[in-house]
Ligand binder design. Structure first.
Ligand code: KG4
Ligand code: ZN
Length: 356
């Protein structure tokens, strides 16, 4: 099957064509066109939803045409079309979803209204044909979750953030330090020359039972440190960025170790794999730390290549193909959703104003 995937839930406009040859073989990415709106949002220090939606309108048609051209395919070669239907910034989601519906209706193609998080969750099946089940740490701008991925559409949440998502914390720390947007890569770059032990920052939740996260106290502590210095030099910025990144990695690896212990009750030896996905999975320190944790807990460590960690169209096309292969298509009136948990049965995290 050859599937067109459309992604417009945040600040990347993306369209990709992926070929699916079975659930036990990797997918083939025939094209992966992406337009990053960084320049549009940079002057505002973060994503402005209305600007994002308008930019999606402006660029999406051209990106779809390019995705087909790069794949050397025409409309007749497609077997289905998938678009992110949420969670995300609703204006942008509507742009991608309505475009996909228009194409599906005009071409008589099966249509899949996809959960963006499922796109992240299943990416490793496209890259490595990873079998179910596996443990997933999903870390992005809006989400920090630990889930057992049991199958397509079958997720069991072990933990989530009780306040901010980790990507959000990276973005806010970058803004605070004047490192610009997007925050995650900027903090990582600044931290390269920094001393991670100069500022003793808190490690919220570390050592506690369970798999939930909290990042807002860490973010506040970073602000207090920054405000305690009269003037931020480049050295101060680098040291704060490194101290924050190290604290975040400590917390994430501690909670993930608890999740591995918990998941081992149901995932048999030989099947124990830790997958990290979402934009923050592009962070090198985090990858190294989680690999060490995984091996210490008897888990294989699997992470998608960098360009498939952050938002892209291929992950949407692939997850759409996985659904289509199971006959899981959606009606043409499927609506956009600002919020859409992968595990709707999960109880809210304790003490939470939960965002994830
Ligand atoms: O998955 P993603 O592209 O979009 C969402 O679905 O949210 O994730 C974006 C998030 C942003 O918060 C960004 O700052 C963070 O991922 N991010 C990183 C890095 N690259 C992107 N965080 C830490 N280190 C990175 N290298
Ligand atoms: Zn994402």
């Amino acid at each position: 099957m050859t599937i067109l995937g459309i992604e417009t839930s945040c600040d990347e406009t993306a369209a990709a064509v992926v070929r699916w040859r079975g659930s036990d073989v990797p997918g083939e990415i025939l094209s992966n066109a992406i337009f990053s709106q960084i320049e549009d949002h940079a002057p505002f220090g973060g994503v402005v939803p209305e600007i994002a939606a308008r930019a999606h309108v402006e660029h999406l048609d051209g990106l779809i045409a390019r995705a087909l051209k790069d794949a050397e395919l025409g409309w007749d070669d497609l077997d289905g079309i998938a678009a992110t239907a949420g969670p995300g910034l609703i204006g942008g989601v509507i742009v991608g979803l309505m475009t996909a519906k228009g194409i599906a209706a005009a071409r008589g193609l099966p249509f899949i209204a996809l959960n963006h998080l499922e796109g992240h969750a299943l990416t490793v099946r496209m890259t490595e044909a990873l079998p179910f089940p596996y443990l997933l740490l999903l870390v992005s701008g809006g989400h920090s979750q630990l889930l057992v991925v049991e199958g397509v559409g079958r997720y069991r949440r072990l933990g989530t953030t009780v306040d901010d998502a980790v990507g959000e914390a990276f973005d806010k720390v970058a803004k605070l330090l004047g490192l610009g947007y997007p925050g995650g890569p900027a903090v990582e770059r600044a931290a390269r020359d920094g001393d991670p032990s100069r500022f003793p920052l808190p490690r919220p939740m570390r050592g506690r039972p369970g798999c939930d996260f909290s990042f807002s106290g860490l973010k506040t502590a970073v602000r207090q440190v920054a405000e305690s210095l009269d003037f931020l030099t480049d050295r101060d910025r680098a040291d704060i960025a490194a101290s924050f990144q190290c604290a975040a990695a400590d917390v994430l690896s501690d909670r993930t170790e608890n999740a591995m212990a918990l998941a081992s009750e149901t995932i048999p030896p030989g099947h124990r794999r830790l997958v990290v996905a979402g934009g923050v999975a592009a962070n090198m320190l985090l990858r190294e730390r989680l690999m060490v944790s995984a091996h210490a807990c008897g888990y294989e460590f699997v992470v998608p290549p960098l360009n498939l960690c952050t938002d892209n169209g291929a992950m949407i096309a692939w997850a759409g193909a996985e659904r289509l292969a199971l006959g899981l298509t959606d009606p043409i009136d499927a609506g956009p959703r600002a919020r859409w948990p992968l595990d709707p049965d999960a109880a809210p995290a304790r003490g939470a104003g939960v965002k994830a």
